[in-house]
Write a protein that binds this ligand. Sequence first.
Ligand code: ADP
Length: 358
Amino acid sequence: MLLIVNAGSSSLKLKVFEGAEEMARATVSEIGADGHLEAMALGLAKAGVAVDRLTAAAHRVVHGGADLTATCRVTPQVLRQIADCVPLAPLHNPANLVGIQAVAALAPELPQYAAFDTAFHATNPEVATTYALPLEERQRGLRRYGFHGISYAALVRVLRARGELPERLLACHLGNGCSMAAIVNGRSVATTMGYSPLDGLTMGTRTGGIDGNAVLRLAELHGIERAGRILNRESGLLALGGSNDLRSLHAAGTAEARFALDHFTYWAVRHAGSMVAAMGGLDAVVFTGGIGENDPWVRKEILSGLRFLGVSSDPSANDRNEITLHDPTSRVAIWIVPADEERQIALEAQAVMAGEGA
Ligand code: ADP
């Protein structure tokens, strides 16, 4: 049995897989600063899994930097590389490391693997990943990486298995964090998130794209730490509309909530245009994530903004959150693929394990 670990700063999500089949899951939330070991033990108990039944563990790691571009075995060197990426992902990588250490403390001999949210975008061309900064600054790792890669890899796998993977796919991961990716023949060529998950679309609590000089002004006014909190935790839909949850915004009926929703879909369409340009056209659109899978209004607005590309959706299929959303006249296929990051991590880790056995 393979344990999949998604360790956040205050929560721990566990799933247990046997092959591609999910056997158990558990979530432990509101974990204190140094409670990850207890949380791991508690999570395993909640999932009803004895540590000695596990054959391996695989972790979701947010940032793999420039070098960790594929799912791999966690060796001492890989641990050091993940730690080296902490400055790139100060909110996420430390928690991911603690998750790995908690498993190691409970089961020192258990093989561990890591899958990276950045890895899927390693195929982006250099023009897409480079910030036009002086060389010295670029050499510090200041570049675009992109995120949600495990989710994008999962939906590519699902579409490929259905024999429906198109040449030019616009993939939209709309959840608490929101991004889009331009995927050509299954490989990422562009994505909206950059150096960190802040860039691109308007999100629940993140600004999305913002001019660097505006960031400098915030830092000047409030100091770096407070500016970082404003940009990442106090902005986005929450700042514009009073909530970071789409359901509350729809229900609120206030002018502010309405504006937040309009801002969200306006910028989603603008970024979609950028992704389509990077691919030189569009054959299919796919939605995933809590908003992408469940919010017909958001999809309708985004899809109607893309009508000039030959996108035409079936309103009743869209209202019912069906798998297939295009109407018969659409030149572009439109689908929902439910997010399934843990299964993707499980399959990738199992493939690495099979390679090790060979
Ligand atoms: P994460 O990115 O953390 O994995 P999710 O993909 O679960 O998060 O997305 C969470 C968001 O999805 C919520 O903040 C909410 O805005 C949105 N959401 C979830 N369910 C619905 C729904 N039924 N209708 C509209 N929005 C939804």
